[in-house]
Write a new protein. Structure first.
Length: 155
């Protein structure tokens, strides 16, 4: 990656925030902590990151309850339920085949820890699947909707 100087970025983008952002991203990228490094910088506009989490449950009723509650509480902006799906896995040394319902939960970064805690508290499994990835790209309109949804939590 070519060295990008702050003056070049400032001239190209015309924003002090962009200069600070680019310099901080370059310095922190190797440790993947660039977001946290920027969080306390008053010159940088807060960035919103969307995460996608997955879990599965055996009963549709459990999926519906988890989905409705995390959306009602403002922990997830959207939850989709797929299923039934078929899962094959090893459990306690034995192969298993189970029909399950998969929940795909979308949330903003500041709600992720609370979402995980809430899902684990409601989850019927002893060892629930919980896989989370950061969305690499989110459409501008969807992100605006997600931010507005989370900035107006229910009463």
């Amino acid at each position: 990656m070519a060295e990008v100087t702050a003056p070049a970025l400032k001239a190209a983008r015309g924003s002090k925030s962009d200069c600070v952002l680019a310099r901080a991203e370059k310095q922190c990228r190797a440790t993947r902590t660039w977001y946290w490094a920027l969080a306390s910088n008053p010159h940088v506009e807060k960035r919103f990151i969307v995460f996608i989490a997955w879990t599965t449950v055996a009963r549709r009723e459990d999926a519906e309850t988890i989905a409705a509650e995390v959306v009602r509480l403002g922990l997830a902006v959207c939850v989709q339920i797929d299923g039934p799906i078929v899962s094959h896995y090893q459990w306690q040394g034995r192969p298993e085949r189970t029909e399950e319902f998969r929940l795909c939960l979308k949330c903003l970064e500041d709600r992720l820890a609370a979402l995980e805690a809430d899902v684990f508290a409601r989850h019927p499994y002893e060892t629930p699947e919980w896989i989370v990835v950061r969305a690499e790209h989110v459409g501008e309109k969807y992100l605006s909707w997600a931010k507005a949804t989370c900035s107006n939590p229910p009463l």
